[in-house]
Design a protein. Sequence first.
Length: 191
Amino acid sequence: MSRNEHGSDTRLGDLLGRIQSGDLAAREELISESYERFRKRASKMLKSFPSVARANETGDVLHPVLSRLHRDIGDIKFESVRHFIYVVAQKIKWELLDLAKKQIPTPDVSVQNHVREDSTSGSGISLEDWSAFHKAVEELPDDTREVFCLRYYSRLTHQEIADLCELSVDQVKYLFKKAKRILRDHLLDDL
């Protein structure tokens, strides 16, 4: 993690503390402070949803997420900056899934687009199968799901995840491979 990111995380932690203490003005500051980080994440995540990316831009995904986050932030008890980042990444993913449900699946949407580094099929995938994949992600064990989501949806590097989760890079790689193995086995069982 760079010095700049560490400073930003410290600032986000301070803002989250103020919000938890009832300082509602800190909401605006938190959204403003974290906007660029989540714009980049949403842009990367959008690339994993090709049918959505054809019809939507990053702002189409991010703005509804940040609006809901701004509205609900006082009701969410963030345990840490790590938890905040994870929750926002989850909300971005849900927004992408909602947008995907409105799209007509196209033949080039494949499992390879959804399980990078481990494609189980080169053929087109139905919206049902695609939804089953994301549901299976939600059912992963907590530590494995967190690493998978940060790597797959947020597209963080192994090193960034290790820094954020206070794990070694080897632990992150192990958990990510474990998640892919569980997902592959789960999805093959459903066939």
